[in-house]
Design a protein around this ligand. Sequence first.
Ligand code: UDX
Length: 489
Amino acid sequence: MENQTETVDRRRRVILFPLPYQGHINPMLQLANLLYSKGFSITILHTNYNKPKTSNYPHFTFRFILDNDPHDERYSNLPLHGMGALSRVLLFNQYGADQLCLQLEQELSAKDEPSVSCLITDALWHFAQLVADSLSLPRLVLRTSSLFSFLIYASIPLLDDRGYLSLSDNTTTPILDGLGYHDLSDNTTTPILDGLGYHDLSDNKRLEEQVEEFPMLKVKDIVKMGFKREKDGVVGVIDNMVKQMKASSGIIWNSFKELEESELETVRRDIPAPSFPIPFAKHFTASSSSLLEHDRSFFPWLDQQPPKSVVYVSFGSIAQVEEKHFMEMVHGLVDSKQSFLWVVRPGFVSGSTWLEPLPDGFQSERGRIVKWAPQQEVLGHEAIGAFWTHCGWNSTLESVCEGVPMICSPFRGDQPLDARYVSDVWKVGVYLENGWKREEITNAIRRVMADEEMRERSRILKQKLDASLIEGGSSYESVESLVAYVSSF
Ligand code: UDX
């Protein structure tokens, strides 16, 4: 890519504006790298919060916006970690328009820069559509989650009318009240509803029912998303996201046609703006946009392990568990008698700095625990036999990219939907539907490690993905049409 810099005349510029969280920064910077490799000049707008390491991107221009003023009380005391950190989505959408508009005006009038083709923002930056419209600047969105979760999110008003959002199950952690209005100083997870009579038996029966409009889903999958309509700002953000995606000039999806064929047809039928499904992990790794330092010290150990013998365990960049659930995980893993590589982020266990609750001698010959790992590289390692994941969309797709079957323990948002697709639609994993129970964890790990048919389905899915990337394949064509489309503005 560096050599290309010297020879390519970059006459057009694309401005990209990611949501400042790891699961969103990664695909946006992968997209930026892809567009750069196709000859565009790249400007990244970013908050100071969670800024990526700019020295990894000497070929991009970065501008930091929205939270520049340390005295601005709207943003200065927000939590840095955990669910509370997500409150920025609500606040920046609410107050960010003037600053974004100012910044874009400067970019559009800059004499010494290539002319701007378009703005590409994370879909959750819904406020950006009106700003772009006011400047007659085409705005495309990058939706970093699956197409099916978009279709389900777009149906939230209907699902709410059916009463699903007011049901509860005993494994769901609700999303923070109003994402930012309550207890933002508290970095812990919101309390788990403990099943102490919180829901009645008729709720229990409904939870297992099929959702009429989405027959692959159970009602409990909707409940587990954790959205509460009556007092939850999240649903408002989602409603606006859907509305402004429909008003955008185009939608880029981190996915591929063969994975979500009927969903892609539905989206193309219902939304006039063109859709471009592109599996970013197959084009660029996300390692240069990692917000935490990757530990690589375990590779010599991993290299020694037999093929397909190690369970990789990781729950993304945000999830947190209570200590009692962490201990269920520990016992479930030990009792499975499988080798493991486990990413435990500092703060993953509520109330602990890192590994304090672990029994002595836990990291024996059988396993390694690290704070953060180069996940794509790990999943591509021949020693990895299964991925125990929270089913964040990046993790899910990275696993599909490497043909690794999954054990699914989703937390909230799109994750329970991804878990259902992994287990029931693509059949490349087992969904631990009943929360953290050591025997179920042990059984699921053993089953996924031993199930050759599941491994074969994972391999076939990977093959389809690989085939989509070669000339004439769906993902290849998607990249070509996106480049042509962006060049046409
Ligand atoms: C969030 C949401 O939780 C998720 O549901 C949504 O789809 C995207 O945003 P997150 O929870 O962080 O993301 O999970 P995920 O989407 O899987 O993204 C995590 C990223 O961090 C992946 O790209 C993964 O490769 C990377 N990662 C994870 C590392 O680089 N190292 C690690 O040790 C763990």
